[in-house]
Design a protein around this ligand. Structure first.
Ligand SMILES: [Zn+2]
Ligand SMILES: [Zn+2]
Length: 335
């Protein structure tokens, strides 16, 4: 046991569509199979905005948001053997699966019938301490600072799953929405020899230049067609119309993958855009295998995360900046 206080500060969501409030809460205690963490940093994800804004309608309340937690293990619940005291680990969105439903049995635990999610149905990391089921935590590569590691845990992991579901034989990859996930996956794709075409809000030349610095072959506005037909496109902004825009940019057999948990309605479109075996699909959550693969790959690239730090008590400001699209890269709370 390390020295852990009884009380902690947390940014608490009491009701949706209201700002988070700084609160003093009891430090959560680890149950069987859980680790207790002193939180160092926690990434701010667009999903947090969807929970706050009510687009995702079934959070636990009151709730501590945050599912990209970097922390040090300060206590072990009964039976924990994967991690030791003092070890730095990461906690992602997937917080629990039943292991027995038909999806879990098929290796699709991301689609589990009885899942729990960190910072949605379980308390997350906008707080000084957190607990997590050891089975869903990841050791983190040493080469990343606490700040730089946080965005790997959702933007990186779910971005990676989105990228992987675009298929193996992709040479020309479009990325619509160049935020936290986009800037990470662009680096992975460039490292793997793909040509990356980055699409930003029209006129956002700053983010387009950022994309080129990270290895994008071409960057432009989402109102533009790329100079070449794409083999696949990832849609990483919560804008349904971009699914149709991306369909227009992909070649025969091309795949358009949505990486987000929520999106505005996809407008009707003529069948010929889908014809010739084009595919649109979504990605839900992550599997632990996605996490292990991505966290092994990231330091080899090496993926560099662009991070804007905020203090815990400024979580509302971080969420507002994310909503307004002011950020290049990822917002991270330092705790
Ligand atoms: Zn997320
Ligand atoms: Zn299951």
């Amino acid at each position: 046991m390390m020295d852990v206080p009884k009380k902690m500060r947390a940014m608490l969501l009491s009701a949706q569509r209201q700002p988070l409030k700084l609160a003093e809460l009891s430090v959560p205690q680890p149950g069987a199979g859980q680790v207790q963490l002193k939180v160092h940093t926690c990434g701010v994800c667009r999903t947090d905005l969807h929970v706050l804004d009510g687009d995702l309608s079934e959070p636990k309340l009151p709730l501590i948001l945050g599912h990209q937690i970097v922390g040090t293990v300060v206590a072990l619940g009964a039976g924990v053997e994967r991690f030791k005291l003092g070890q730095r680990i990461g906690v992602p969105w997937l917080g629990y699966t039943d292991g027995t439903c038909p999806y879990c049995q098929r290796g699709l635990e991301n689609l589990c019938d009885h899942p729990e999610f960190t910072g949605y149905t379980l308390d997350g990391g906008y707080a000084e301490y957190a607990v997590a089921d050891q089975r869903y935590c990841f050791p983190l590569p040493d080469s990343y600072s606490d700040l730089a590691a946080a965005p790997l845990l959702c933007a990186g992991l779910i971005g990676y799953r989105t990228y992987r579901l675009a298929g193996e034989h992709v040479e020309r990859l479009g990325i619509y929405g160049f935020g936290a996930a986009g800037h990470i996956i662009a680096q992975v794709a460039a490292y793997q020899g793909k040509k990356v075409y980055a699409f930003t809000r029209p006129g956002d030349t700053v983010t387009q230049a950022f994309a080129r610095r990270l290895g994008a072959y071409w960057a432009g506005g989402s109102d533009e067609l790329p100079p070449d037909e794409l083999d696949a496109a990832l849609v990483l902004a919560p804008v349904g119309a971009l699914m149709v825009t991306a369909l227009k940019a992909v070649a025969k057999g091309g795949v358009v993958v949505s990486g987000g948990i929520h999106m505005t309605d996809i407008p009707a479109f003529p069948y010929h855009l889908l014809w010739e075996e084009r595919v649109i699909r979504s990605v839900a959550n992550l599997t632990r295998q996605d996490g292990e693969e991505f966290l092994a790959l990231a330091p080899k690239v090496p993926v560099k995360t662009e991070v804007t730090p905020y203090r815990l008590e400024d979580a509302n400001l971080a969420l507002d900046d994310l909503r307004s699209g002011k950020l290049d890269g990822a917002a991270v709370l330092t705790i």
